[in-house]
Design a protein around this ligand. Sequence first.
Ligand SMILES: Cc1cc2nc3c(=O)[nH]c(=O)nc-3n(C[C@H](O)[C@H](O)[C@H](O)COP(=O)(O)OP(=O)(O)OC[C@H]3O[C@@H](n4cnc5c(N)ncnc54)[C@H](O)[C@@H]3O)c2cc1C
Length: 446
Amino acid sequence: MKLRDIAIGANASIYLRMDFKKIKGVFYPRTEQEIIDAIATAHDGGYSVTPKGGGSGLSGACTGGNRERVMISTLRMREVLMISKDQGYADVQPGATPDEINALLEPIGMKFWVAPSSRDIASAAGSLSTDGGGNDTWVNGTMRDNTIRAKMVLYDGRHLTVDWNGVTSDDSELEAELNKKGMTISDVASAHGTLGFITELRVKIKPFPSEKLLGGLAHFEDCNAMGRALSELIKRKSPIRYGETVAAAHEDVREGLDLPLLILQFPEDFASELKDILDYSNLDSEGLAKMKDVRIKLPKRNPNEGLQIALFEGFGYHGNGLLKMQDAIDEINSLLIGHGLALFARYGHAPSKWYLGDNSPAYGVILHSREIMPEDKTSREMFDTITDIVAKCNELGITPKPEHKWPFSDEEKKTRIKELRKVMGTGFNDFILDPDGAYDTLSSMV
Ligand SMILES: Cc1cc2nc3c(=O)[nH]c(=O)nc-3n(C[C@H](O)[C@H](O)[C@H](O)COP(=O)(O)OP(=O)(O)OC[C@H]3O[C@@H](n4cnc5c(N)ncnc54)[C@H](O)[C@@H]3O)c2cc1C
């Protein structure tokens, strides 16, 4: 490992070929004032700022996209500043992770309920910027649902606080203009650091519910049948506490399972209503733990020959799309096979919740996908496959990358961010909104 990698930190995305010479500064502020000073340095040099948390974002946004830029990391700002058990909130610095927040909350019987698999490294500000969530978003929502307010600093040093009612700022003109545009937390959510630097968040905390949960395992003829059952669960706002599917898996790792299947955990008093919706067999606690283990280990395994990769990792089937889930999976599979990939696995959160670019909630299933890495494919071909999948998703009414987020292709979100940046100013992660296309930048980084 080289010194520059340590200084710049992690990047979990597939965009790895970075031109480090274009990084004009790396800052690790400890206070809001140090963030303001770091932004002022970038501003004076005319460089774009890339805010960075844990670097676990998978869209490539936290790389800054190979433009001349200054990186400002929140790795040294991870404190929980205040907890109000009575009022159900915690004030946290931008770099605090869910695990760090929960380590302080657990002794008082409270929890911050945003739990991505990356909860040991994903920062609060990074999670809001990607609107992340865990496999329990169906019950607990995404990061935006769990954020009460966010404080931000802009490229020119102005401050503002955004909550669900609007914006407050010591700059009354800025406040009035942003409120005229109806800016709320929804706009900061999933903005991928393009609006400003988040310096502090107030997040919701809730006690653990006391309810007895049961486990169940349901098998389906195909994903259309599973989609119909999920559609009904969603329509009835079913109290599913854990829901995961293994929709397809390579024969080397299938372990004789009859797929597709749903693993469910639900309150005892929902058991009979669930029987009306789908056929399931009961799982005792040992059986449930075993099925959860099969599901969690699936993406960590490889076929007997070759290696599997998360080339795209995320298809959100919702609305009427759930009723034709298998047909859409078949179309995506053909596209991937046409691009020379062999299929490895489809699995993920079901039912789940995420947000579309216009901020409306979508309810459905988020299927993660893994393929077997072809040996002879160039980086450019890999990237072209990704953009073809995005086009196919848009054609089929599927949300591309609902959880790991692909901001570059979401026209509605981009239009809204651009509108807000006319008031707030630019200077943060500008490459994402560049008319020449983040695609060109990113394709050179695969
Ligand atoms: C193994 C693994 C498992 C994962 N599992 C999940 C999962 O279950 N659910 C899920 O939703 N995601 C998951 N992710 C994706 C990832 O963890 C999330 O996107 C995460 O929320 C990003 O947080 P971060 O601190 O790492 O942000 P980074 O990757 O550092 O940055 C992400 C974006 O946020 C912006 N940003 C960061 N800090 C600030 C700030 N202070 N102000 C303004 N903008 C900022 C960056 O510029 C960038 O655009 C997973 C990733 C990995 C590697």
